[in-house]
Design a protein around this ligand. Structure first.
Ligand code: ADP
Ligand code: X2W
Length: 303
């Protein structure tokens, strides 16, 4: 006898089956390709979402995609610095980092945060390996040099952010070896200088450099907003490089979104097909972005 319960169940199965068949062309498109996922400190705040994130990463690996996770941890570093009564300030989204601060940054990023992500992925059935830029000389870095115009003298000066670095060279060999072994790299954004000094690098910047170095098809940036907003707070599903420039110049794009978008621009200019700013608060944001045609954030690509 056909009951309304049977009909309900059949509809549910059909929906599930349709979802799976819809995912097939995307699985084919990305099979064997590398996707770099930037997992922001704000996005990793919720335990349940972190478990879902780990499962999504494992599922991607299972269907033949090569995910590489680069994580941040800005809020978590901030909490530890407060606990230790160390003052911290940001300039243009970057933490001014003295010798004492860089020790705390390395401890938090390569320690508790890195290992909890590795643990979550392994608990979801994957094999994750945690790395900082020091492991296998993965991220060779140099001191960040950024100039600014001093408003009083109108003279170009160099901004000194202490031990803030920028990637000079990413060693793709380590990542290639892990890929061949079926492992998922989880990278803390710590760089090493020529004299062995430690650099604090913005995690977005590292994600972009890694994506360019490995020739990733996608750079996915998980954060704590729905995507990039315009002046009226309207979500922008897609942004051209020119529009990003405009929104930056008029101050609509600011704070942590600045290094994020600069990274996206650099990545697509260096050959990554597209970069996406994604809402990490949405469960399965990764799966929706990779396996469906419903974008859930802001897409940035050339042209
Ligand atoms: N135009 C904009 N659209 C969206 N977010 C913006 C914009 N300008 C600045 N932001 C800020 O950027 C933040 C995301 O950057 P950040 O705090 O560094 O995140 P994460 O820790 O994920 O890297 C948002 O929470 C938001 O406050
Ligand atoms: C130089 C610089 O600002 N480094 C960042 C590194 C962590 C990071 O980028 O974390 P999110 O992705 O969570 O913001 C910091 O010290 O906070």
């Amino acid at each position: 006898m056909t009951t309304s319960k049977n009909i309900g169940e059949t509809k549910h199965w059909l929906r599930t089956a349709r979802t799976l068949t819809e995912a097939l062309p995307f699985m084919r498109r990305y099979a064997g390709k590398t996707v770099v996922i930037k997992y922001g400190g704000h996005a990793m705040g919720d335990g349940e979402l972190a478990t879902i994130f780990a499962r999504d990463v494992v599922l991607m690996k299972q269907v033949g995609i090569h995910p590489i996770v680069v994580h941040g941890g800005g809020p978590q570093i901030g909490e530890m610095l407060t606990r230790l009564s160390v003052q911290s300030e940001f300039i243009d989204g970057l933490r001014v980092t003295d010798a004492e601060t860089v020790e705390v940054v390395e401890m938090v990023l390569s320690g508790s945060i890195n290992k909890s992500i590795v643990n979550a992925i392994n608990s979801a059935g994957g094999t994750a390996i945690g790395l900082s830029g020091k492991d296998g000389s993965l991220i060779q870095a140099q001191k960040l040099r950024r100039s600014y115009k001093d408003p009083e003298s109108n003279i170009e000066k160099i901004l000194d952010l202490g031990f803030v670095g920028e990637p000079k060279h990413i060693n793709p060999q380590v990542l290639g070896a892990l890929e061949r072994a079926g492992m998922i790299p989880v990278i803390a954004p710590i760089g090493v200088g020529v004299n062995g000094e430690t650099y604090n690098i913005n995690a977005d910047t590292v994600a972009g450099a890694v994506a360019s170095a490995v020739g990733a098809v996608r750079l996915l940036m998980l954060t704590d907003v729905a995507g990039v907003m315009d002046r009226d707070g309207t979500l922008q599903p897609q942004l051209s490089l020119e529009r990003i420039k405009e929104l930056t110049e008029d101050g609509t794009i600011k704070g942590g979104m600045l290094p994020k978008l600069q990274t996206c621009i650099a990545a697509v200019e260096e050959g990554v097909d597209a970069a996406v700013i994604l809402d990490g608060r949405v469960p399965h944001a990764l799966l929706l972005e990779v396996f469906t045609d419903q974008g859930v954030g802001t897409l940035i690509r050339r042209g």
